[in-house]
Ligand binder design. Structure first.
Ligand SMILES: Cc1cc2nc3c(=O)[nH]c(=O)nc-3n(C[C@H](O)[C@H](O)[C@H](O)COP(=O)(O)O)c2cc1C
Length: 355
């Protein structure tokens, strides 16, 4: 491996390679995580954020979100909420189902999450955060980790203080997405804060935000000295990015997926989704991934339009077949309707439900 990038440990759990599939609500469910694991290069997977209110009240959706496959280990379950007692109960449940790591979401900007004191709300209420971390720490034996943002408002950046508090409470890995709650997903992530946290605490530190290429991953490791990087949206656009970064770390030839690989990946994902959920949500998730995944492919905009107008499994399968057959043969894809030039913005955790 290149000197600046090497595996790291969260207590005795090796994160190798030090590349983490960033949690994304509505995206990183069991099927997506399994798909990316199969593409290679993912050292740690994290669930979508799971509502502790839902979990501790036996909400079926929240319980489903806690599922994972043994072959995706190491696996971290991420929970969110603002009530120390509920957070503790949910943390115990995560340990009981066998998660390797328990991660606390301190970053979600959605008003309905923040209103209850959870997500990024914890960044402006360190007293509550401390109580929650200490409660959980007493109750579980698996490592406790945290994912934070730069701060709540643009003028109250306190990531370093939050990291210090977390470490003092026994947190064993800190991940920073260097945007504030106020910023949402605008602008660029501040990676200098990752460096500052790394220089301040002694537990491992990882950074998140805007990595979409191999070079960017290397640059972030080099500039900040961080132990790991998280990749979210970049993994939807290019599910092989983790493997490609790992190839580069080992000085191997970088894997370049063929059109046949891309077609197979979409079909595999659709199979997994249909196995796991009813048809309508499976179709919607398929469209979501295809929207990100086909950016930049020849005829991709027309393909997306055709897919968005498809409402049955057969229609989706036919569109995939037609599209890839055409472009593999070097023929123009004619599709249907006017092209959608841009895939719709991802929902982020705004769509979260707190029951
Ligand atoms: C659709 C979407 C959903 C997200 N859901 C979560 C979540 O559940 N938990 C979390 O900690 N971060 C969540 N995030 C933030 C990402 O994990 C990540 O920190 C952020 O997108 C920046 O990294 P990226 O540029 O690699 O995507 C979400 C982001 C997106 C785009």
């Amino acid at each position: 491996m290149t000197p600046e990038i090497k595996p790291f440990k969260i207590r005795d759990i090796e994160i190798s390679p030090p590349l983490i599939l960033s949690p994304m609500a509505g995206v990183t469910d069991v099927s997506f995580r399994r798909l990316l694991k199969r593409c290679g290069g993912v050292g740690l997977t994290v669930s979508e954020f799971i509502s502790v209110e839902g979990l501790t009240r036996n909400n079926p959706k929240s319980k489903r979100q806690m599922r994972f496959y043994t072959d995706e280990r190491p696996f971290a379950a991420q929970i969110f909420g603002g009530q120390p007692e509920r957070m503790r109960m949910a943390a115990e449940m995560a340990e009981e189902v066998g998660a390797d790591i328990l991660d606390i979401n301190c970053g979600c900007p959605a008003p309905k999450v923040v209103k209850h004191g959870g997500g990024s709300g914890l960044l402006r209420d360190h007293e509550r955060l401390e109580t929650i971390l200490k409660e959980i720490k007493k109750a579980i034996t698996i490592p406790l980790t945290i994912k934070i943002r730069a701060g709540f408002y643009d003028h109250t950046i306190n990531a370093v203080e939050t990291a210090k508090l977390a470490e003092a409470c026994g947190v064993e890995h800190i991940a920073l997405h260097g945007r504030t709650k106020e910023q949402g997903y605008r602008g660029l992530a501040n990676w200098d804060l990752v460096k500052q946290i790394k220089e301040t605490v002694s537990v491992p530190v990882s950074g998140s935000g805007d990595i979409t290429t191999i070079d960017q991953a290397f640059a972030r490791f080099r500039e900040t000295g961080c132990d790991g990087v998280l990749i979210g949206r970049g993994g939807m656009a290019n599910p092989w990015i983790f493997r490609q970064i790992e190839d580069t770390m080992h000085g191997r030839e970088v894997f370049q997926p063929t059109l046949a690989d891309k077609r197979a990946l979409l079909l595999e994902y659709f199979d997994m989704l249909r196995e796991d959920m009813p048809i309508t949500p499976a179709i919607n998730r398929m469209k979501q991934l295809a929207g990100q995944f086909t950016r930049g492919l020849v005829g991709g905009a027309l393909f997306r339009t055709s897919l968005y107008h498809s409402h049955s499994v057969d229609e989706i399968l036919n569109r995939i077949e037609e599209y890839f057959t055409a472009i593999e043969a070097g023929l123009p894809y004619v599709g249907e309707g006017a092209p959608i030039e841009e895939a719709p913005e991802l929902d982020s955790c705004e769509a979260a439900t707190v029951s």
